[in-house]
Design a protein around this ligand. Sequence first.
Ligand SMILES: Nc1ncnc2c1ncn2[C@@H]1O[C@H](COP(=O)(O)OP(=O)(O)OP(=O)(O)O)[C@@H](O)[C@H]1O
Ligand SMILES: [Mg+2]
Length: 122
Amino acid sequence: MARKICFINYKGGVGKTSLIVNTAAALAKMGQRVLLCDFDTQSNASIWLMKLERWNKVNAEGVGSVYSIFDPGRARVRELVVKDVVEGKAGEKLLPGLDLIPTTFNLVDLENEYNGDPKRPH
Ligand SMILES: Nc1ncnc2c1ncn2[C@@H]1O[C@H](COP(=O)(O)OP(=O)(O)OP(=O)(O)O)[C@@H](O)[C@H]1O
Ligand SMILES: [Mg+2]
């Protein structure tokens, strides 16, 4: 059975991202399959885990990020998953079992959209 673990703290700079990334990596090393869903507009966990050029592409094109989950019809959740996300220089899989749904900076637009339009379904 899948378990969901959520890391939330309203205080800044207290180690949320470090804890999330390392907990996910530790679980994957223990043989668990892990899907890290990054809902942080800062994108630090996604940038940390993905190859930067790949994340830059997702960020620039606005396709393939968690943003699409909130935009019905744009993408299926399964299509957003970057499988075995941690890669070495030659593309070798360094942490099999750790998958990521990345986020990008445009998630902040969504926050504004939701705050600005009370009719939009939550
Ligand atoms: N256990 C730790 N011991 C010492 N330093 C730590 C530890 N965990 C995180 N840090 C450092 O603290 C700083 C903030 O960590 P991190 O970015 O994980 O926090 P955050 O809560 O995600 O911040 P933000 O609110 O900006 O998203 C970083 O420089 C990180 O390297
Ligand atoms: Mg953080």
